[in-house]
Design a protein around this ligand. Structure first.
Ligand SMILES: Nc1ncnc2c1ncn2[C@@H]1O[C@H](COP(=O)(O)OP(=O)(O)OP(=O)(O)O)[C@@H](O)[C@H]1O
Length: 534
């Protein structure tokens, strides 16, 4: 089970919890022994011994309560550590995905993995394993104590234990299946919630806000059904094992009664046998159920462990010339029958400025997405500085090519962070780019200036302001090649001309710019047009 590796990585916290649990089981066993001995002493009318055992019993219970508290604190530390390690691994894997692997799932699905699935792992994994540890120690100590009362009782317990250990395995596949189905239903719910909430403005403006309620209700009903199905499977497994456990207790009670009647054991045995048989079988039924529940996590753990990462080509050679050579390039989206790009041949020379033109849906963005290395399943070849794209890693490509999109993503972070993406930038350079991109006007209206947090993905910014930020972000990266995909479309004419001039006068930079609004003031700054038509 992949979860074990996390217990190994959190071995200190895990060891502390185990040690505390075993000690605590010792206290509960001591309380049981004291109770049985107190009963024996009272039947013999030994007052002093009776009170000694009662005092021991009370002390054992007090210690039990104290250790239960310590266990709960340390278990929480362990759980949080395991959550942290799993999240760290998932985040690490996602950071190593390429564009296409990452987008095989929605971000809402990933959010569900990092929240719902982690909660499930906590509940069914960490909790259950901790309970199993406690149950095993109580069973072992209970069995030893029963043998101390009467060895034949231990023999009966061993036989009944074996039966109880085997039976629940019959239900394990059923439980795993239900657990995975529940996890998928939770993913669907998070996706639905994200989808309708992101579409709030659209629904609000067409008087359809009820769609939000309806779609969330559908998702909730889906989760509800799967949660109930899971509990039915889990409940049946538990009820079945409980039933065997209760019957086993009765058998041990009957056996001790018989032994007392035959004067083979003291009267206190009835209390001890009842206490320890009760503990052993209750814990056993708990163990077999918890173990099944623990195992039912395997598909979820496998899902998280199998997040696709991409092995990047190991290109050590420096990519010197920045010419991009495209030969016989064709691209067809999986969902479409016709190729969007068909046998395209093109050379993008170093330092030149290109205007990429074409009807709507002609494939301009698709071409830029291929050049910037997002779409890889094309046919034909693309070379950067004479080196085939297949031999260039994403990291190397992104060191050379920057892309500025029409609707840039704004992080819930300060304006400065949004410009630098947390990288160190010389203050003079930052100031120069801020001035060139007209960001001073934005800063002037923000309460904490450049350090103002841009909330909710920049909803308090205009489309044009976001585009200015994206342009500045790209210029700060200072790469040799820039691709602009309608990057100034939300700005007014004067601002867009000014920013396009800024872009097209970047010395020694290769520029490919897509625009639907070619301005006569900038037309002369292009060296060549690339025309794509359907
Ligand atoms: N992820 C995708 N999956 C399937 N089809 C897609 C995808 N992205 C784009 N397309 C399709 O590919 C075609 C070209 O789209 P693309 O965005 O490249 O065109 P464009 O020339 O940039 O269009 P516009 O000028 O309208 O922005 C369109 O028919 C579009 O529906």
């Amino acid at each position: 089970m992949p979860l074990f590796k996390y217990f190994k990585r959190a071995k200190w916290q895990f060891s502390i919890v185990i040690a505390l649990t075993v000690i605590n089981s010792g206290f509960s066993t001591l309380a049981g022994i004291a109770s049985a001995n107190a009963l024996t002493q009272v039947t013999k009318l030994h007052a002093q011994l009776f009170f000694i055992w009662v005092t021991i019993m009370a002390a054992a219970y007090v210690m039990y309560a104290i250790f239960t508290y310590l266990i709960s604190v340390n278990q929480t530390k362990l759980k949080q550590q395991i959550d942290l390690l799993i999240r760290q691994d998932v985040a690490q894997k996602l950071s190593q995905s390429d564009y296409q692997s990452f987008h095989q799932q929605t971000t809402a699905t990933y959010a569900s993995w990092l929240t719902n699935d982690i909660n499930t792992i906590n509940e069914f994994g960490v909790n259950d394993l901790m309970m199993i540890v406690q149950q095993i120690s109580e069973i072992l100590l209970g069995a030893v104590t029963l043998a101390y009362f009467q060895v034949s009782l231990l023999a009966t317990v061993v036989i009944l234990t074996t039966i109880m250990a085997v039976v629940p395995n019959l239900f394990s596949k059923w439980l795993s299946k239900r657990s995975l189905e529940l996890s998928h239903a939770q993913e669907r719910l998070v996706n639905k919630i994200n989808d309708v909430l992101n579409g709030f403005n659209t629904l609000f403006l067409v008087n359809l806000p009820q769609v939000i309620v309806k779609r969330i209700n559908q998702g909730s009903a889906d989760v509800q059904k799967n949660a109930v199905d899971y509990v039915k499977a889990a409940g049946f497994t538990q009820a079945f094992t409980n039933c065997i456990a209760y019957l086993s207790q009765v058998i041990v009670l009957a056996q001790s009664g018989y032994l007392i009647l035959r004067h083979l054991t003291p009267v206190g045995t009835i209390s001890g046998a009842q206490y320890f048989a009760g503990t052993i079988f209750a814990e056993l039924s708990g163990i077999s159920f918890n173990w099944q529940e623990f195992k039912s996590l395997k598909p979820i753990m496998d899902k998280l462990a199998n997040i696709k990462t991409t092995t990047q080509p190991d290109q050590k050679q420096e990519i010197s010339a920045k010419q991009i050579q495209i030969e016989n390039l064709s691209y067809t989206y999986k969902e479409k029958r016709q190729p969007i790009l068909d046998n395209l041949n093109l050379t993008i020379a170093e330092g030149k400025k290109y205007l990429l033109l074409g009807d709507s849906a002609a494939g301009k963005s698709t071409l830029l997405n291929i050049i910037r290395g997002l779409l890889k399943n094309y046919t034909g070849t693309i070379k950067l500085g004479g080196i085939d794209y297949a031999k260039i890693s994403d990291t190397q490509l992104h060191q050379i090519i920057s892309y500025v999109e029409q609707t840039p993503y704004i992080f819930t972070a300060s304006l400065k962070w949004n410009l630098t993406l947390g990288q160190k930038v010389a203050p003079a350079k930052l100031k120069q780019v801020i001035t060139a991109c007209g960001i001073e006007q934005i800063i002037a209206h923000l309460p904490a200036g450049i350090n103002t947090i841009l909330a909710n993905q920049g909803t308090n910014l205009s489309g044009g302001q976001k585009q200015r930020i994206a342009l500045a972000r790209a210029l700060l990266r200072d790469t040799p090649v820039y691709l602009f995909d309608e990057a100034t479309s939300s700005l007014d004419k004067v601002a867009s001309i000014s920013l396009e001039k800024l872009i097209l006068t970047q010395k020694n930079k290769t520029i490919v710019l897509v625009t639907h609004h070619l301005q006569k003031e900038t037309a002369d700054l292009f060296d060549e047009n690339i025309v794509l038509n359907k």
